[in-house]
Design a binder for this molecule. Structure first.
Ligand SMILES: [Zn+2]
Length: 131
């Protein structure tokens, strides 16, 4: 995650069949949030829906305006088995929703629609072609 300058990473992105994600992510007030969640459940996702640029370490070099709630709460466990409840707002809420999606087999591109989806699809095709 750090090597690729990401702010979150889900275990299944690196080939681990575990429901775990890590994060080191600022919110919109520039407060840094660092941690991990084992068996996370997105228990709250509400507030206003904001469309903001979103990228993913699994789709390098790509980005698309993606709609996310600006408040999210994730519950789960720490690596030592303690219960944890993580609140996020702004960009950090986006991160929490993004990482939970990964563990449910989704990437942000699955949430992008319309011309943004078409543009992203063209970018993926171009990236695949140039490899
Ligand atoms: Zn991602």
């Amino acid at each position: 995650m750090y090597a690729a300058q990401g702010v979150g990473l889900a275990a299944n992105q690196v080939g681990e069949a575990l429901r775990v994600f890590v994060y080191d992510c600022p919110d919109d007030e520039d407060v840094r949030h660092v941690g991990h969640v084992v068996n996370p459940r997105l228990v709250e996702a509400d507030g206003i829906v904001l469309r903001g640029p979103e990228g993913c370490l699994s789709l390098p070099g790509l980005e698309a305006g993606t709609e996310r709630y600006d408040h999210a709460v994730v519950e789960g466990y720490t690596a030592t088995g303690d219960r944890v409840r993580v609140h996020g707002t702004g960009f950090f809420a986006r991160c929490l929703q993004h990482e939970c999606d990964h563990l449910d087999g989704m990437v942000y591109a699955d949430r992008v629609e319309g011309w943004r989806k078409r543009r992203l699809t063209r970018q993926v095709a171009r990236a695949s072609w140039s490899r």
